[in-house]
Design a protein. Structure first.
Length: 733
């Protein structure tokens, strides 16, 4: 829909129904030619009495009816005595109530707002207003005017209105001037505006095509985009210059000069890594260098093992009713005398048995041990396997936002380290370079570290190939478990996972035990079969309820992507019923009873335990829950006992999760997994994706699709190259 097709409404704000001061989201009532209309959107600081010109799109709320979602807003200050009084008496200006508003109007008339903004000390003429209070009223009003002008600027240039609160938080009263001076800051990850939009704004404001400001911004954007979106920690200088030249249609020699300027100012780092000129963002350079330094120090440290180590390990075997294989015993004993170690192996090789053994040994040694994993579900599973508490790495580090910068900070660091003698991290293949650097920074000098994972699963979403690099470096003490134990070998899931990992296609005709293939060669056939499996066949024939089945797909789009699967599964498993509440957001209708996923880290969000025993902050990308209720615009979600309330402005953080991508399922384990395998981009239809999907299933794995597509995934061992200097730093030092 073009700007011309947006609906235009003009009128005065008659009431503010809801306002979130954190992000500016508001629900307003507007008087439009005598008719009251509901308007929603980013409308920070709006107050009754203001006159708005709003362009937006109509949506229909299932309970509250039609609403206009504002996209472009022009605001006019109240005019005339009646409007000005209505505005001031509404409480819009802190320190001014109805009585004071009446006195201000009587004293200054229609000039009241001008006086408050430009000469607030005149307010001392009003009975009861001191000089201090007058200055405070003026300061508050000027801040509101700053927000208003920033919103008008964003609306005029068709930029998201919710940016106003973020920009004000970062730059205060100077936000508008800062943006006008350097529009490219909007493309920072913090604000997430498309570079093309920021570039168009800059050019509209008079920045030239070859202005150093534009060229340097393009270089930084390419570094950030490729590092954080494609998993690199650096880019080769030549590739960076080529990519930026294409992005900006700018000559390479000018870009090279600008890159040198960035390096001189410390806004980029350039260093020889593994024979190539590597260009880093400073934060990633520091993180990678720090990891290499700490891991090398810890790898070289040999600790005195406890007296009678062999006797202690034998005691653990008796108490846990097991008999260690040689590799497993080696792993447990290695943890006793090395400060850092890696434990790796595929499914069925006994990693969990080793983990329990290491934890028991640390307890016998009197060590206070913390267990952690990258995601909430992985942490919960780790705690259940080890019969003790475990947390996400973020929660272990006590994550929060710096209120001044609005950026992520960790409370635990070298100045306030973790009170733990040992830390065990599971699913380490999912840990990226910045997070590992933060964890290492929070460890006391003699704290032990055990990193556990499977390097053949998909790598971290964020920068680096950390776990694989640590293993390949050969400098970190490592135990690789290779023996598949007899009980595990009886599982077709485990046998076939190892076949897939070795590049062999399982015999998909042998539907036996816990691994099945249902051949379907068209999208509708795949959808119908998956819906039937979830709704009827698995619950009725195998006693697995729908809420213990996770549907996966390599892709979000296409005929068997998660978008289509979620629509079909919601219609089948949680259809609309009279009295069942629902709320539309974008293309999706959230309904009470839906399975949903938190899709970005939010360190600010409040949660409380369902039983009321605890509360805290922070929900993380990949957390899955169920919508328990929808009341008064608020959606309440239960994440395995942690209850979170989502106001309308927060719904962009939720997605349906009847079906999720394989990437989103990393670190989780489900009783039953169904994989749709029919079509997808070559970089998604890979061996690593199939292997990761299979290893998510605990009791049952079913692939529904074209056997030829499955065979193609096994054959496609495509691994997108990640530019990472960690292995080189570990081996060249």
């Amino acid at each position: 829909m073009s700007d011309q097709e947006l609906e235009l409404l003009e009128g005065a704000v008659s009431a503010v129904i809801f306002q979130n001061e954190e992000n500016g989201y508001a629900i307003l009532k507007m008087d439009v030619q005598g008719e009251e209309v509901t308007v929603v959107g980013s409308l920070a600081g709006t107050a009754p009495g203001e006159y708005l010109s709003v362009r937006g799109r109509w949506t229909r709320h299932p309970t509250y009816g039609p609403q206009l979602k504002a996209e472009i807003v022009e605001r006019r200050l109240p005019q005339g005595l009646k409007e000005v009084y209505h505005y001031l008496s509404s409480g819009a200006v802190k320190g001014v109530g109805k009585a004071t508003a009446k006195l201000i109007i009587e004293e200054f008339g229609e000039d009241a707002l001008t006086v408050i903004e430009e000469d607030p000390e005149q307010l001392v003429k009003i009975r009861g207003v001191t000089k201090k209070r007058a200055i405070q009223i003026g300061e508050t009003f000027r801040q509101q005017m700053g927000t208003r002008r920033l919103l008008e600027f964003l609306g005029e240039h068709q930029l998201p209105l919710e940016l106003a609160v973020q920009l004000r938080r970062a730059y205060g009263d100077m936000a508008l001037e800062v943006v006008k001076t350097n529009p490219y800051l909007l493309a920072d990850r913090e604000f997430a505006v498309e570079f093309s939009q920021a570039d168009a704004l800059a050019l509209a404001l008079g920045v030239g095509p070859e202005d150093p400001l534009r060229l340097e911004a393009g270089l930084v954007f390419e570094l950030e985009h490729n590092n954080y979106n494609n998993g690199h920690t650096f880019l080769p200088r030549r590739k960076l210059l080529e990519a930026t030249s294409v992005l900006l249609e700018a000559p390479g020699d000018l870009l090279d000069e600008c890159l040198e300027a960035l390096i001189r100012r410390g806004e980029a780092e350039c260093q020889q890594v593994a024979g190539q000129e590597a260009v880093y963002l400073p934060a990633l350079y520091e993180a990678e260098s720090y990891i290499a330094q700490r891991i090398l120090e810890m790898s070289r440290a040999e600790l005195l093992p406890p007296e009678g180590l062999d006797r202690l390990v034998s005691r653990i075997e008796r108490e846990q009713h097991i008999s260690y294989a040689p590799q497993q015993r080696q792993a447990v004993e290695l943890a006793a005398n090395r400060q850092v170690m890696l434990l790796t192996g595929g499914p069925g090789t006994g990693k969990t048995t080793c983990l329990r053994g290491v934890l028991a040994l640390f307890e016998m040694m009197g060590l206070d041990t913390a267990l952690a994993a990258p995601t909430g579900r992985a942490a919960k599973r780790l705690g259940e396997l080890c019969n003790t508490g475990a947390s996400t790495i973020h929660r272990l580090l006590e994550t929060g936002f710096d209120p001044h910068s609005g950026k992520l900070v960790f409370t635990k660091n070298s100045y306030d380290p973790l009170k733990a003698d040992a830390v065990i991290v599971d699913e380490t293949s999912m840990v990226d370079v910045p997070l590992m650097a933060a964890l290492l920074d929070a460890l006391d000098g003699d704290c032990r570290l055990v990193l556990v994972g499977d390097p053949d699963q998909l790598p971290s979403v964020g920068p680096g190939a950390l776990f694989a690099d640590l293993i390949r470096s050969g400098v970190v003490p490592t135990v690789r478990l290779t023996e598949i134990f007899r009980q595990a070998a009886q599982s077709a899931i485990i046998r076939n996972a190892h076949l897939i990992n070795c590049g062999q296609v399982p015999d998909l005709r042998l539907n036996q035990g816990d691994f099945f293939c249902l051949a379907r060669r068209d999208a509708q056939g795949v959808l119908d079969t998956i819906v039937d499996l979830c709704r009827r066949r698995l619950p009725e024939r195998m006693g697995i309820p729908a809420d213990q089945i996770q549907v996966l797909s390599p892709t979000r789009r296409r005929g068997t992507g998660t978008r289509t699967l979620n629509q079909a599964l919601q219609a089948a498993l949680n259809p609309p019923l009279e009295g069942k509440r629902e709320r539309r957001f974008g293309d999706w209708v959230f309904r009470a009873g839906d399975r949903v996923m938190q899709v970005r880290n939010n360190y600010d969000i409040l949660w409380r335990e369902k039983d009321g025993t605890d509360a805290g902050m922070g929900m993380f990308n990949g957390d899955i829950g169920v919508i328990r209720s929808i009341e008064n615009e608020v959606i309440t979600v239960d994440f395995d006992g942690k209850v979170v309330e989502y106001s309308p402005d927060m719904l962009g953080e939720l997605e349906p999760a009847f079906a999720v991508t394989v990437h989103k399922a990393q670190g989780s384990e489900y009783r039953a997994v169904i994989l749709a395998a029919l079509e997808g981009a070559p970089f998604l239809m890979t061996r690593g994706v199939l292997y990761t999907a299979v290893t998510r299933a605990r009791e049952l794995f079913i692939v529904v699709g074209d056997p030829a597509a499955v065979a193609g995934m096994v054959a496609n061992n495509r691994q997108t190259r990640r530019y990472s200097g960690l292995k080189a730093r570990l081996t060249e030092t």
